[in-house]
Design a protein around this ligand. Structure first.
Ligand SMILES: Nc1nc2c(ncn2[C@@H]2O[C@H](COP(=O)(O)OP(=O)(O)OP(=O)(O)O)[C@@H](O)[C@H]2O)c(=O)[nH]1
Ligand SMILES: [Mg+2]
Length: 480
């Protein structure tokens, strides 16, 4: 096989990637059409994981996508709802393809460099694939989706088609996401949680975002600071949604978008500074009742509100004498985008990569079933599956099936703990300082317990889960 045409994106080579890549080289060495299959699967392996942003209509999804990309690429106008699923992937030159529901791809012109002219009704579009050169997209690909709401059935249907139905009917028309960011600005509704469950991820590859944190509770004029209040509430929601999301991060996407896209200028900083002498209530009263009495023209205040919201208007004034640079730094700092990025690029990305490796194993299984060279392919795939490096991939796949089949099975928590552990000691529930002997003894003890449970399982998914755990503990006992 020719070397995979998309190079690894970051850091040291990941052992999961290395083992799968080696197996793909063996597959290609079998010749014939298996070279093309190996290249196709290799392209999936080496492209950044896809993280889909989902949530209620107007939850702030596109604003957050723009903030993370650092450019105003996704439509966020108050009256303009996102109406097609859009994949934002690192690539040059900047361009867009429209992928139709039948899987065909067609390049489309970009109006003003950003807006996409679909050329067909949105119902015929599975998704838009936008490529743009962006450092922020070098490690993850982001997918913006139309909001879920009963009011806009067609938009919600577009999201379902590309994320769920597309996967089952025409693989080529599916965006094949590997992880999700689930946005909500208060407790999510039952239909939103159900939608999330149908995406088929585990809480490990689903991140909750409490959006619009700058307006949380009673907002900036209330007696609690909305950002602090949102942070506290994010912990409450994380506990309530533990079956759906790994954690909940509070974010003020608007403040992050403005500070990361260069939208806020020194002229804006001067207007903001001129408003500094007014008490917050006085400022909003004048804006409503007597705009002529404001120290700057009303339109300028409206612009500031659009850029930094009420919270920014009140609190960023203290930074305004330092110019746009200082205001931007402050906005970025309070927006919560840095902690969000850290979770996205570390834990969420890690589980997204494992999820994708699981998809690749499923592709290889499909070849074992359908290809004339099945015996040779089966050997390669079996060796890959039993490779110690692929233990986490099997554990995540097992957790995913068990959550769908029997979410209350005892193995759910055990799989979750093993997968979350940053080190082998943590995966076994031991202190990070545990000695190799303690680690081996604990793995042996857990192995015996899992084997005892295997005698009376309730479902095939539980069988698979216990087999994956047995393999994991055996690998540790043997000291791999
Ligand atoms: N104050 C404040 N406003 C926000 C924030 N995030 C988004 N908004 C505003 O909320 C409105 C909707 O934001 P979008 O990002 O378009 O929301 P969306 O979820 O993509 O909406 P749909 O695609 O229509 O479902 C816009 O007017 C944004 O400026 C935020 O963090 N704070
Ligand atoms: Mg949107």
């Amino acid at each position: 096989m020719s070397a995979p045409h998309i190079p690894p994106q970051t850091g040291a080579p990941d052992p999961v990637h290395q083992r799968i890549d080696a197996a793909l080289h063996q597959l290609a060495a079998l010749g014939g059409d298996l070279v093309a299959h190996a290249n196709r699967i290799g392209a999936i392996l080496w492209s950044p994981p896809r993280i889909v942003v989902v949530g209620r209509l107007k939850a702030g999804k596109s604003t957050l996508v723009n903030a993370l990309i650092g450019a105003p690429v996704a439509e966020t106008a108050a009256l303009e709802a996102t109406n097609v699923v859009t994949v934002y992937e690192n690539g040059a030159p900047s361009r867009a393809d429209v992928v139709s529901t039948d899987g065909t791809r067609r390049p489309v012109p970009l109006a003003l460099g950003t807006t996409v002219d679909l050329g067909v009704p949105p119902e015929q579009v599975a998704y838009v694939h936008r490529y743009l050169p962006s450092h922020a997209l070098s490690t993850i690909t982001l997918v913006d989706t139309p909001g879920l709401a009963t009011l806009t059935v067609t938009n919600a249907a577009a999201t379902e088609r590309a994320l769920i139905d597309g996967f089952e009917q025409t693989r080529s028309a599916s965006v094949d996401a590997d992880a999700a960011v689930f946005l909500f600005d208060s407790m999510p509704r039952t239909d939103e949680v159900e939608f999330l469950q149908r995406l088929g991820f585990t809480p490990l590859n689903t991140l909750g975002v409490l959006s619009r944190a700058d307006g949380f509770g009673r907002g900036v004029l209330g007696n609690r600071d909305p950002l602090g209040h949102a942070a506290e509430h994010a912990n409450v929601l994380a506990r309530r949604l533990a079956g759906q999301v790994g954690t909940v991060v509070p974010v003020a996407g608007l403040l992050a978008q403005t500070s990361h896209t260069g939208a806020f200028t020194d002229a804006d900083a001067r207007a903001l500074a001129a408003l500094d002498p007014l008490a917050p209530l006085e400022l909003f009263d004048l804006l409503d009742a007597d705009p002529a009495a404001l120290p700057v023209p009303r339109d300028q205040v409206w612009r500031l509100l659009e850029l930094i919201g009420e919270y920014g208007l009140v609190h960023a004034r203290a930074q305004a004498t330092g110019g746009a640079h200082q205001v931007n730094q402050w906005l970025s700092g309070v927006s919560g985008v840095h902690p969000l990025r850290a979770v996205l690029e570390q834990s969420l990305r890690r589980f997204a990569v494992l999820h994708r490796a699981g998809r690749i194993l499923a592709e290889l299984d499909a070849l074992v079933y359908s290809h004339p060279a099945r015996d040779a392919i089966r050997q390669i795939v079996s060796a890959l599956r039993t490779d110690p490096a692929l233990v986490p991939v099997e554990l995540l796949r097992a957790l995913r099936s068990l959550l769908q089949a029997d979410p209350s099975a005892p193995a759910v928590d055990e799989l979750d703990q093993v997968l979350r552990g940053g080190t082998i000691a943590e995966a076994l529930g031991l202190e990070p300082t545990a000695s190799p002997e303690q680690i081996r003894a604990m793995a042996q003890q857990k192995l015996v317990a899992v084997q005892a449970q295997s005698v009376s399982t309730r479902s095939a998914a539980e069988d698979t889960a216990l087999t994956a755990l047995t393999h994991a503990y055996t690998v540790i006992v043997r000291g791999h």
